[in-house]
Ligand binder design. Sequence first.
Ligand code: ADP
Ligand code: MG
Length: 315
Amino acid sequence: MPNKMVVALGGNAILPADHQAPLAEQYGALERACERLLPIIGQGHQVVITHGNGPQVGNLLIQQEEAARLVPPLPLDLCIAMTQVQMGTMVQQVLTNQLRRFGIQREVVTLVSHFLVARDDPDFRTPSKPVGPFLTEEEKRLAETRGHTVHRIGHGPRPYRRVVASPAPLRFLERHVLKTLFDSPAIVIAAGGDGVPVVLDENGAYHGVEAVIDKDRSAERLAEVVLADTMLILTNVTHAYLRYGTPQQTALSSVTLEEARRYLTEGHFARGSMAPKVEACVRFLEYGGDVAIIAALDDAAEALQGSAGTRFTRS
Ligand code: ADP
Ligand code: MG
């Protein structure tokens, strides 16, 4: 039976880590990622694809900084929107060509996507999500004159990085259009780069904010909007592990809602990487989803069939 599903692609799973990787390599990585999705699409599932944008938005921020003497730098929310379109068009081209080779005539379409976030989200008070390149002392001062918050993250001559808030996504602004596209034969790419964050002002008008929404959270909200029964989070590890990184690490193959909550409390999953994925799976099941899966991109089709990855169900 065809499933309604959200497939979330982690930035690390689909892109070369090196920010100087030439464009051809980026296309190559996307080719490989889309190939993994083909068997799933070929089975006739209704799919919305979402993806991270860490490396792309990082590069775009460098371009803003380096060109600031010539043209005014664009704010982060616009850079996120630009990467939605940039990656959307790349996936549209790559995936359409692959589908054609298999005789599948389905359109691939990208939706420029916004999430409402709360102006008083607590994360705005303690921003900690690093964005953009590592900075020198001098670059740090320049960034601060632009109103950016900068933290010391590492060591050496470039120890600093800009940090922004990662507020919770609330309302998906294009939800009706998304639902219509999802229910059409098209394959939809939505909430790329985790969605453009906007806030509402006193007058009820929307404004972009300089923040970054967590991909796993935005994937789960998408799943709610399209009433998905399956959520597939594809990353660069084969499973969620207990005691990860220790000699006693154990790969999880199936996890109940109750177990997932317990493992989260016990601190098995690192904050900022695996914990938000497991939290997203928990919320998806609480919301009424049937199955949430965390798996390696290479194992996508097997994971959907139940022979790979970590599978979360209510009981
Ligand atoms: P993505 O771009 O797909 O969101 P992340 O780097 O945020 O990728 O998350 C995947 C990473 O989570 C893995 O590469 C791994 O290093 C890390 N990780 C932290 N805790 C765990 C755990 N308990 N089990 C598996 N991976 C974990
Ligand atoms: Mg991540």
